[in-house]
Ligand binder design. Structure first.
Ligand SMILES: N[C@@H](CCC(=O)N[C@@H](CS)C(=O)NCC(=O)O)C(=O)O
Length: 352
């Protein structure tokens, strides 16, 4: 068995490997400036801080009164800083608009976007980005004034719709009206600061965006009760961390940092009880928390990275609840963002 694995490739095998290599090079050349594996982590370590592009929305990403960024997506940036530097503050958050953020990531201005970016095939293959695990399952919604008496999107024939430039919302809304064989007039807005205002001042009948974002926009309108977020979702918006194409090492760090928060919730490990798990006899928990250091060493991370993330920020459920959960101003239910064991879509591959 071992002997067979070490055998030199046969002539046919060799030419096939060469062909695959040539194909890989051709595909690589066709993709926009792929990063070398390891380049991102090297740059981060040399600089001493992770640079993260974020949006602005209370609960998701917002600076507090002292200028310190808070929020659901922000906490994943802090988790990365713990994994790389053992310090949740070695991360710098910068707001970037939906139109500018992907080019800014591509040009190296950011190491990662944690800004509600939807994972799509064209962003992955045409634009050249990798996506980490989905951290928030969302869908595009429609926000309308109650006085219109609308209950579903198909009643919106002829409506004026505000949509933000550079978002998946532009194509989704066009597809939605075409599918329903009705017409609409898009009002395309680039500046995030003008998005809600355009709707509030009557420039459009409908505001469309990721429904989580619309729920947050609604409570910031002068009279939130005058508006309703329609229950239907016109698209799938799996929001995931985005990084430059080609840096597999950085991708794996992002992947396993996110999975650590999910795995902790699967184990029932929280910021409050994590220390009691350090003496667990379960070999899986020993590996996960770094009591057995093999996994962290292999990943070139502090073997206790998962422990420190959970101790400092909590598991996925705690991060969700603290920032956007039912008891916050934003008040989201977990919905699809529950664990797979509770009817949701969150699932961590094994830490082994
Ligand atoms: N998920 C969509 C929309 C992303 C989006 O625009 N998200 C909101 C926040 S959740 C945003 O970034 N707004 C602009 C900002 O905050 O600066 C996409 O990937 O195109």
């Amino acid at each position: 068995m071992f002997h067979a694995l070490k055998r030199l490739p046969s002539k046919i095998g060799l030419s096939r490997i060469v062909a695959v290599g040539v194909l890989a090079l051709a595909v690589g050349a066709a993709l926009p400036s792929a990063a070398r594996a390891g380049a991102t982590l090297d740059a981060i370590k040399a600089r001493g801080v992770i640079k993260v592009g974020v949006g602005t929305a209370p609960g998701f990403f917002t600076p507090d009164s002292s200028g310190r960024w808070q929020g659901f997506f922000v906490d994943f940036g802090r988790a990365l800083a713990i994994a790389v530097f053992n310090d949740p503050d070695k991360v710098q958050f910068t707001n970037s608009s939906p139109q500018q953020r992907l080019p800014a990531l591509q040009s190296g201005e950011f190491d990662i976007l944690l800004s509600g970016v939807t994972q799509t095939i064209s962003r992955a293959t045409h634009l050249g980005f990798h996506f980490g695990p989905v951290i928030f399952y969302d869908g595009q919604g429609l926000l309308v004034a109650k006085k219109l008496g609308i209950t579903k999107g198909s009643q919106l024939d002829g409506a004026t719709v505000c949509v933000q430039t550079g978002t998946t919302g532009e194509l989704n809304i066009a597809d939605f009206f075409r599918q329903n064989k009705i017409s609409f007039k898009p009002v395309v807005i680039e500046e995030t600061s003008q998005f809600r205002d355009a709707f509030a001042t009557g420039r459009c009948d409908v505001l469309t965006q990721d429904s989580s974002d619309l729920a947050i926009e609604r409570i910031q309108l002068p009279k939130p009760d005058d508006y309703v977020l329609l229950p239907e979702r016109i698209s799938k918006e799996p929001l995931a961390p985005a990084i430059r194409y080609g840096d597999d090492q950085w991708l794996e760090i992002v992947n396993w940092v996110v999975y650590a928060t999910i795995q902790a919730e699967e184990y029932g490990i929280t910021s409050a009880n994590v220390d009691s798990f350090l003496t667990s006899d379960d070999p899986g928990i020993k590996r996960f928390l770094g009591v057995d250091p093999t996994l962290g060493e292999a990943a070139k991370l502090d073997p206790k990275f998962a422990y420190t993330i959970i101790k400092t920020l909590g598991n996925y459920g705690e991060i969700f609840d603290r920032n956007v959960g039912p008891n916050t101003k934003v008040g989201f239910e977990r919905g699809y963002n529950r664990l797979w064991t509770q009817g949701g879509l969150l699932y961590s591959p094994p830490f082994r």
